[in-house]
Every structure is written in C-alpha cells, then in structure tokens.
Design a protein around this ligand. Sequence first.
Ligand code: ADP
Ligand SMILES: Nc1ccn([C@@H]2O[C@H](COP(=O)(O)O)[C@@H](O)[C@H]2O)c(=O)n1
Length: 560
Amino acid sequence: MSENQTSPQSVEVVCPSSCSSESDANERPETDNGTIYSHDSGFEGECHSTLPASPTTIPRNRVGSASRRDRPRRQRTTSTSQNTIRPNEAIIRFSNNRTIYTAGRPPWYNTMGQQVEPFIIGICGGSASGKTTVAQKIIESLDVQWVTLLSMDCFYKILNKKQHEAAERNEYNFDHPDAFDFELMLDVLKKLKEGRKVEVPVYNFVTHAREATTKTMYGANVIIFEGILTFHSADVLKMLDMKIFVDTDSDIRLARRLKRDITQRGRDLDGVLKQYSTMVKPSYSNYIAPTMAHADIIVPRGGDNKVAIQLVVQHVNTQLQLRGFKLRETLAHSETLNQPMPETLRLLPETPQIKGLHTFIRNANTSRDEFIFYSNRLIRLVIEYALSLMPFIDVKIETPQGITYYGKRMASNRICGVSILRAGETMEQAVSEVCKNIRIGKILIQTNQQTGEPELYYLRLPKDIKDYRVILMDATVATGAAGIMAIRVLLDHDVPEENIMLVSLLMAEIGVHSIAYAFPKVQIVTSALDPEINDKFYVIPGIGNFGDRYFGTEPADYDP
Ligand SMILES: Nc1ncnc2c1ncn2[C@@H]1O[C@H](COP(=O)(O)OP(=O)(O)O)[C@@H](O)[C@H]1O
Ligand SMILES: Nc1ccn([C@@H]2O[C@H](COP(=O)(O)O)[C@@H](O)[C@H]2O)c(=O)n1
C-alpha cells in the first residue's frame, strides 16, 4: 500500500440494493450486508458494511459510524484498472462486473495476526419492544466502525405446505421456540465469532418463507444479535458477551406491532389481534419473559432509554479496547532492533545491476518516465526471483537433436497473483508476463486518516484461491500493517499460510519482523531492505510514495 494513501475518516454506510452477485443489483433489498461473492467470473468480490442481514426496518443510511462525521473529509481518488473509487463520495458502487466497493473494514486481528474475537451482544425482548431500535442506537454511539446486526428472524424454519396454510390463517405459532432453527443459528454465530464468512438466510414476513438468495456476512468487531428468543438456547447464551433485555410495556408493544404488521408485514387488524392474543402474548409469558433472568442489563422503555444505551456503549468500548484493535501504531513501535532477520525473508542478491536500478528509483530527481521504466525492470527481476523460490521438480525432455535433457519444471502451475492496491497493481504486468494465463486478484487497503489504521475497501479474489500458491504483491512495505491485513484476508479464504509469498520492491526491517512474527510461514521476498520508518510510516531512506511517483498523483497529506 502507498503509505500515505488515505481513506475518509468516517463513512456513511449506504448499501443501495447491492451486495449480491446472484441477481441484478437493482433488484436487491435495501438491507444487504457483509461479504458478497460474484459467481459470474470465477472471482469473489466482497462488500463490507454494517447493515442487518434480515429485512428489518433499519434505515439503510443510519447504521454504522455515521455519527463520526464532524471533521472535514479530504477528497482522494484511487484508480484501479476497473474503476475509479472515491471512497468518501460513493461508498458502494457496482462496476460492470459486479464488484463492490464499500466502507473500509478495520483490522479484525491483533499484531500476531490472530483473529480477535468479535464482541457479541445479545438483545432479547418481546415483539416490537424496540430491540432493533436499541441495537441501532448502540451502533450509532459505538466508537467502532465494524458492527454487524444479525436478526433471529433469519432463522425461522422453512414451513411445509400444511404449516404454511396455518400461517396464512394466523394459526402457526411463530413465537414458539420450535419455530426457529437453533442448529443453524448456532452454526452461524460460531462462524461469525471465528471471523469466518457465512451465508445467512433472508426472511420474508409477508410470505412466511426464506428468500431464494442468502446474505453473506463476516465476523465484525461487534456483532449484535437480536430477537424474541435470543436467550432461549443455553449454547447461544454461552456465546454472548453481553446480554440485554428490552423490557417494554405490553400495551405499547401491541400498539407498535399493530401499526408495523399492518403497514410492513402484510397483515390486517383482525389477524394481528388474533395472532397476538393466541400466540404472541402467551409465548411471551411462557418463553420470553422468563429469560429476562439471564440479562446483564434490562433496558426499560427501549430506544428511549438514553442512559441505559450510554452505559452499554461505554462497556462495549472498554471491552474493545482491552481486545486491542489498534494495530499500526503498535506495529510501528514494536521493539525489533538488533533482532536477526527471519529465515523466511529472501533478499534479492545485491548485484551492481540491482543497486543501479535502486539508485534510479530512489533518486528524488528521477523523472516519472524514468521512474516507471526502472521500477518495471526491478519489478520484473523481483518477480522472477520469487518464482525461482517456488518448488520445482526434475523432468526429462528431448532436444531437437534427439538428446535427453534433464531439466526442471515448476511443481505446480496453480499460482495466482494478488495485488495490494494501489501500488501493488504496478507489479501485475510483470507477473502476468512471466506466468502465462495467471489469475490476478486485488485487495484495496487504505489508511484511515483519523485512526491511522489500515482498512479493507475492496476485494476480488480468484474463487478457488485456497488451492493456489499466492504471490501477494505490494511495491513497498513499511510497518507491515497492510501486508498483514492482506495475508489475514487470504488466510480467511483458506489459503494455507505456507502457500503465501509476499513480494515487494522495498521493505522496512520493522515491517518484515512484524509480518514474520504474525505469519512465520509466509515467504517474504524483496529487492532491498531499509532500516527505518519515519513518523509518517515512510520507509527510510526509501523511495518516497511509490504509488504517487508511478501514477503521477499528488501526495496526500496524511497526518498519522
Ligand atoms: N421508542 C419508540 N417510540 C416509538 N416507536 C418506536 C419506538 N421504538 C420502536 N418503535 C417502533 O416500533 C416498531 C418496533 O420496533 P423495533 O425496534 O423494530 O422492535 P423489535 O425489534 O423489538 O421488534 C417499529 O416500527 C419502530 O419504529
Ligand atoms: N412469518 C412470520 C414470522 C414472524 N412473525 C412475528 O414476528 C415476531 C418477531 O419479530 P419482531 O421483529 O417483532 O421481534 C414474532 O412475534 C412473530 O409473531 C410473524 O408475524 N410472521
């Protein structure tokens, strides 16, 4: 990553009918979330946002970090080969191949590269008590950018014909625990807790059925799980870090439910009243109210209770701090002086030719044309060197003279390239030239100008990437924060650590240590190693901002 690439310090999550690959963008419901997979091109694209997985009632532009909008935003344009991203203008937008851009995801792992478990808040309460409203208010007040809201509605069981007919007559009990698929619920929660991607059913209250498409979600820094029976299962209870019960007067709940179910859930007055008196009310008394005993905090009056919500927010912020989400700062100040370089580092031998190329590109007076020319030469050499480190096998061939020649062939041609945008993109051509038909993925990571943390903005990876050796490309590595994030993404996509090779023109020693410490099996390949980084996270002596010099763009005034 270009070290001074910046991202907006706050982004409003706008998820226009998007985030899916299976149907046309314009047909999507407003409540998409999470990670999306493109099935049309053999690539996966990901969308990171903070919106709920079920079609609940959260206005799409009110969720997430919208409250942190007090500082002026800087305009910054990042060019990729496919589109132009102005992250502080359009948060999510489709390119013609349905790749998605969205608000940046901050680190979900610690300096050791290990995933930090999300903090899971369970919100329970009667129907229309204000669970979703409370969840929304917590999200708005939290000082974290990556919050996912999951509704228990997603786990309503699929009805058979008889049950469906009963539901149509308002005679199917949607408030009984048997109406929910607890097994699936637990599986989804477990995966989210592990930070894994997961497919979540989308529920339609009008048809009493799951939609044909699912939503893909990722674990986040905070996950809020809300529903009428979130405290029912002992296994689910164990997964909740904080349990909130929203306790709202039953008359108010009925009044709200009447209004909501008639306007939004396709029901009529008689139907709502019948369902309420025969099933909703008894189930509340039998199954929901008794679980109040599990709550850490009971919130009377729901979303109106500002004091309770502030207390919750304070507690969650403290817990998140303890879990350690401040990555780049920690990496930049880690003690690595005089430590031997890791065995996984492979430095291109410093021949006069290599030194000569470095002299050109490090020289501040080198023109842009020359900078590109000499960088490309160096990139080509470093890529060839990286390939020479791949496993080879012995082969026997016959020359045109009919003589046997004992040679070598790369053990597998399952190699793909992944560039860390935007500077890593400069290395794509070289890898394509030396590996015929190689598939290239892209990861856009930018620095948040307020927090200094790397954020994941865009992702497009070959679909079966787990079966490939991956050449991960970035022009320079300073603290290693972007590299660690990209490697974490690859691991999350099941690429074995030993199959990843991070290739760069120039690395700072501290960045190499950080990466090797977090991921000791990742091979690290570079053409030069510099001793320091400065307080703006530039490599010293370095080559300046590689992306700006290569692409001819103005330096951004990132102030860490
Ligand atoms: N404090 C409140 N005052 C007025 N209406 C509210 C309040 N809280 C929620 N509502 C409305 O009541 C309905 C149910 O609220 P919601 O938060 O979705 O409850 P739940 O998630 O518990 O079903 C929604 O239409 C919502 O707009
Ligand atoms: N097909 C369905 C499914 C569920 N319900 C009712 O929804 C309520 C739970 O949702 P809340 O947003 O109110 O928590 C629950 O009380 C079910 O009766 C439904 O009416 N139809």
